[in-house]
Write a new protein. Structure first.
Length: 412
């Protein structure tokens, strides 16, 4: 049971004598005025013991938690023992610190078996401003048990585990050292932690006897290597691709491919297989698990250059857009050529009198599919051709009159 106990001098602020640091009198020194803030809410909120159950073979550490509204800072801890009463005054200085604190102190002891009273005090300028009294029973010492030897063989890719799990029995709370006799965590990190003997120690004071035990951890290497995951693109309706060639690293052969949990061959056929993730799996070397890598396949739409045609163009036309000679739904990412020479992109226009007639080639390329090509044959018509002039013809005999408006005309 923890009992809070305040000293007799701790009357509420404003009811103290002027000589006490909690007085509100303005004639006090600066140091005393600083202490006034502490009187308004300072407290020791809790004291924890390590270990909580104390034996005659333990040293005892404590953590003191409290509130310091004045922004005070813990400075030092005192210690005195009279019989079975232990007093621990914590000196506090006002100003410069956080509103709350957690102060580790100790270790103290050891103590002979019996009932003890621990009194933890907060002291400001020589005055006790807060206190807690904690009764504790110190029991007779019991020799610790470090458990029985254990060992394990682990894969370098295994998950982390606690070395304590390799011991049979054993009391908790001990410390570990690695195969180089260096202090270490109880967590073994496969592939990082050293292989070898790890020592578990439960060290206590006389009259108890410290206990030690070891565990042994060895590695088994993962022999099979599936490589690293990769990506592949295949053309819709195109030729099959070898999935193995898209794995990264240096994968071993002999594994099994699967798609959505169903076994699959080593080739991807764009005519029949859906795009997605294809997994390559190799058996593990016991106790290592199976290992795998994957290839994510994306199907690419083949390029479309449209359908070429033969078009007639008047030789005196100012411009002609070659794309008007294509039908279908051509991709506009292609390039026009005349012979080996580049003319321009999909929207290019020619000047018939300069570029002339002939075969014009439109090519759309793809990084994963074969290129697609369309041809437009341009036939130049003489400017005197009826298709290139404003021609008129009498369609009915006996026509008496024909007028063209406006006259002269500008083409409309």
């Amino acid at each position: 049971m923890v009992v809070a106990q305040l000293g007799r001098a701790l009357l509420p602020c404003g009811r103290q004598k002027e000589s006490h640091p909690c007085s509100g009198t303005l004639t006090l020194s600066t140091a005393l005025v600083s202490a006034v803030g502490l009187c308004r809410g300072q407290a020791i909120t809790s004291v924890t013991f390590n270990p909580n159950n104390i034996t005659e073979c333990n040293l005892v550490g404590m953590t003191i938690n409290g509130n310091l509204p004045g922004g005070a800072t813990p400075l030092s801890i005192g210690y005195s023992q009279v019989g079975n009463t232990v007093t621990l005054p914590l000196e506090v200085q006002a100003g410069g610190g956080p509103a709350s604190f957690s102060q580790a102190v100790g270790p103290f002891g050891p103590y002979t078996p019996g009932s003890y009273t621990f009194i933890v005090q907060m002291v400001v300028n020589g005055n006790v401003v807060a206190s807690q009294t904690i009764p504790k029973t110190v029991t007779a010492g019991v020799n610790p048990d470090a458990g029985q030897f254990g060992s394990d063989t682990v894969c370098t890719s295994a998950a982390n585990f606690n070395l304590f799990s390799l011991l049979t029995g054993g009391d908790p709370g001990g410390a570990w050292t690695d195969p180089l006799n260096q202090p270490c965590s109880a967590t073994f990190d496969p592939g990082v932690s050293l292989a070898g003997y790890y020592t578990y120690a439960l060290e206590v004071l006389a009259p108890c006897t410290s206990a030690y035990q070891q565990v042994y951890v060895q590695y088994v290497a993962q022999v099979n290597n599936p490589g690293t995951s990769g990506y592949a693109s295949a053309c819709q309706g195109g030729a099959p691709i070898d999935l193995f060639t898209y794995l990264g690293g240096t994968p071993d052969t002999g594994g099994q491919w699967s798609f959505n949990g169903t076994n699959h061959g080593p080739q991807f056929n764009p005519l029949t297989d859906p795009q997605g993730v294809y997994t390559y799996t190799l058996p593990g070397t016991a106790p290592c698990p199976t290992v795998s890598a994957s290839v994510t396949v994306t199907l690419e739409v083949p390029p479309n250059a449209g359908t070429g045609n033969t078009v007639e163009v008047c030789e005196d036309d100012s411009i002609f857009a070659l794309s008007t000679g294509l039908t279908g739904t051509p991709n506009q990412s292609g390039t026009w050529y005349t012979g080996p020479f580049v003319l321009g992109n999909y929207m290019v226009e020619i000047i018939p009198a300069i570029n002339g007639g002939g075969i014009y080639t439109y090519i759309v390329t793809s990084p994963f599919c074969p290129s697609d090509t369309a041809y437009v044959e341009v036939v130049l018509l003489d400017s005197t051709s009826l298709d290139c002039t404003v021609g008129m013809e009498e369609q009915k005999a006996g026509l008496d009159r024909f007028e063209l408006l406006p006259n002269p005309t500008d083409g409309m």
